[in-house]
Design a protein around this ligand. Structure first.
Ligand code: NDP
Length: 313
């Protein structure tokens, strides 16, 4: 996780320097369902790649994760396909790592209380990422189904040696928290501004469509808002687009991209009382950079499975 947080910092800085090509993602909603099929291509310096995944919120209660697919990684000399990598793991880790970067850049340095809303895949990797960048002494988790929050707390103890307090409402998690991660598939706000303490930092991760959000409009209005990519937020982020539609904020409310903060081109927090907000959507260069990193490590370590794919004359 620590390596991925640094990698995401370099990757988003590359985007800010204009070294990446990426269109908005293509998302096909399956007829009559809320499940989706998505393709996310990108070129990042010498790396070419794409994530191709199904996003099945309906997998809830089945043995399958909600994000399943592959990241394809190519080189730019002969256009060879170099690697096919599990997208579930890459998505789980890189998303939390970007939130880790945002928290490292934007949260108060003495943050001690962490609130996690949701108890799924992203909730667990966010716990790991948050603990990599701040010294939390209290971690609270809320989930819609209490037994899932309890199971999360058990896993957190077993996998990360962390004690996590299970709380019955989002309000009980958010009140007094220094850092708040929203990692749910909710389409309606689960965070109310009146619960958010001055000085808090929020990573809003769960809602990736224009019609879904996890934060109420006032939370967004109050916050200094940072994003992974402006263009994506203007098309895909209900957490921003719904308050904008209501006339609560306008486009100038987006202060900058994380990569611009990394490069020092955009200021972060101005004082300990600011509420800062990172709106995460997830962008393809995060997957391509992760794929390059994994491919290079696999070569060094002699791991992975070699297969002949074709493409030779
Ligand atoms: P999981 O299926 O593992 O977990 C989903 C979580 O959402 C569960 O904790 C569930 O709670 C909760 N949830 C579902 N519906 C609701 C609801 N109506 N109200 C409140 N909570 C709800 O998914 P992931 O952890 O993989 O992903 C979580 C979210 O993050 C998804 O929306 C996903 O699309 C998004 N995501 C965003 C990324 C980004 O880059 N920004 C990347 C990857 C995912 P319970 O189990 O208690 O019902």
């Amino acid at each position: 996780m620590a390596a991925c947080i640094d990698l995401m910092g370099e990757t988003l800085a590359s985007l800010a320097r204009g070294e990446a090509l990426l269109p908005l993602r293509t998302v096909l909603r399956l007829p009559g369902q809320r499940n989706m099929f998505a393709a996310m291509p990108a070129v990042l310096g010498p790396s070419i790649g794409a994530k191709v995944i199904t996003v099945f919120p309906d997998n809830e209660g089945t043995p399958f994760e909600s994000h399943i697919g592959v990241v394809l990684y190519f080189e730019n000399t002969n256009g060879r396909l170099l690697a096919i990598i599990d997208a579930s793991s890459v998505t789980a880790i890189r998303t939390a790592a970007v939130s880790g970067l945002a928290t490292r850049l934007l949260a108060n340095p003495n943050a001690r209380t962490l609130a996690i809303l949701g108890s799924g895949v992203q909730a667990m990797t966010h716990l790991e990422a948050m603990c990599a960048v701040r010294g939390f002494t209290t971690v609270r988790v809320w989930s819609r189904h209490l037994p899932n929050a309890e199971a999360f707390a058990e896993r957190a103890r077993a996998q990360h040696g962390r004690t996590v307090e299970v709380v019955p409402t989002p309000e009980a998690a958010v009140r007094g928290a220094d850092v708040i991660c929203t990692t749910t598939s909710s389409r309606e706000p689960i965070v109310q501004s009146e619960w958010v303490a001055p000085g808090a930092h929020i990573n809003a991760v769960g809602a990736s469509q224009a019609t879904a959000r996890e934060l109420d409009s006032e939370t967004v209005r109050r916050a200094r808002l940072y994003v992974d990519r402006r263009e994506s937020v203007m098309a895909e982020a209900g957490d921003f687009l719904i308050p904008r539609e209501e006339g609560v904020v306008d486009n100038t409310h987006v202060l900058g991209e994380l990569g611009e903060v990394v490069l020092g081109r955009v200021a972060g927090r101005t004082g300990p009382g600011d509420v800062t907000l990172f709106k995460s959507l997830g962008i393809a260069i995060e997957d391509v950079a992760s794929a390059r990193f994994i491919y290079e490590r696999a070569r060094e370590l002699g791991t992975g499975t070699w297969v002949a794919i074709g493409g030779m004359r």
